[in-house]
Design a binder for this molecule. Structure first.
Ligand SMILES: [Zn+2]
Length: 294
């Protein structure tokens, strides 16, 4: 575990003082009311919790303490946390959204590389969605899910980490990306397709784990075999290094962990993404994985 020093610098891009100012100035009742209906009850406000199936209002919002708490599912935190959870955006973006609501501008900086490489990011995002769809809707997906369940990864974790499956077909992803108007050369550059006509998918018969960078954007994949018939192949196959997938860029889970890293003032750094997922199962969320070996 690494204790954080110099908070507000380094990988935590927004100074803690800015975040605190936004939390102090934002009207938590007003902000949450933009998402769910709240009613006043004595000194606090209550509403139906959006984070679990709620019949009776379990979510309490305290305007004085500037926090919310669900007394059914336990979800709670400050206004930024609510927006992060509700809008399913990375923590810095949630800070920016709440900042906009109270007139405080948060500059997240523009990444030049992002503009140049946006088509590759889009390919990886579409690939992730496609692999996840295959996991949920195909026979191969059913078999892969059995494997994941055996390793105690439930549906919530599968969804949360956007886990998917690649199929035996040689070019299923390629065809799907083509339909989405992606160009073969861009797919090759993004690391998911190879060859020249005929083009083939890089990953086949593997459970697909998308890997993300500091901003939460998917930059590559790690594919794991799950069938006995493939057991002679390498257990894990990772995206090859390319324009956007560089081992130094990988900061798996950081975008989702940032809130917890700040809360705990510490971060667990793992050498494998499965460790991050295992920690998540144990309710430990201030975790990242950095790749050092390939
Ligand atoms: Zn709840």
């Amino acid at each position: 575990m690494i204790k954080l020093k110099n908070r507000g610098s380094g990988i935590l891009r927004i100074p803690e003082s800015t975040i605190q100012k936004i939390i102090d100035e934002a009207d938590i009742v007003k902000v949450i009311s933009e998402y769910i209906k709240l009613e006043k009850k004595s000194s606090s406000f209550i509403g139906l919790c959006p984070f679990h199936p709620d019949q009776n209002p379990s979510l309490h919002v305290s305007p004085t303490k500037k926090i919310y708490k669900c007394f059914s599912c336990g979800e709670g935190g400050n206004v930024v946390r609510f927006v992060e959870k509700y809008e399913k955006v990375p923590f810095p973006r949630a800070v920016q959204i709440v900042g906009e609501k109270c007139g405080i501008n948060v500059d997240l900086g523009t990444n030049d590389n992002f503009h140049i490489s946006s088509k590759y990011y889009k390919i990886l995002e579409d690939s992730t969605n496609f692999y996840h769809f295959l996991l949920e809707n195909t026979v191969a997906g059913e078999e892969a899910k059995k494997y994941l369940y055996k390793r105690k990864l439930n549906d919530e974790i599968i969804k949360r980490f956007k886990i998917g499956v690649s199929q035996p077909d040689p070019d299923l992803l390629f065809k799907s990306l083509l339909k989405n108007d992606h160009q073969p050369l861009d797919m090759i550059e993004a690391g998911v397709v190879r060859g020249t006509d005929p083009y083939t998918d890089v990953f086949r018969n593997r459970i697909m784990f998308p890997l993300d960078d500091i901003t939460g954007k998917i930059v590559g994949f790690s594919g794991r075999i799950y069938k006995d018939s493939n057991k002679d192949e390498p257990k894990y196959l990772n995206s090859a290094e390319n324009k956007i997938f560089k081992k130094g860029n990988l900061l798996y889970n950081f975008a989702n962990a940032e809130y917890y890293i700040r809360q705990n003032d510490s971060v667990f750094v793992f050498e494998g993404f499965m460790d991050v997922i295992a920690a998540y199962k144990c309710d430990i969320h201030n975790t990242v994985y950095v790749e050092t070996s390939f």
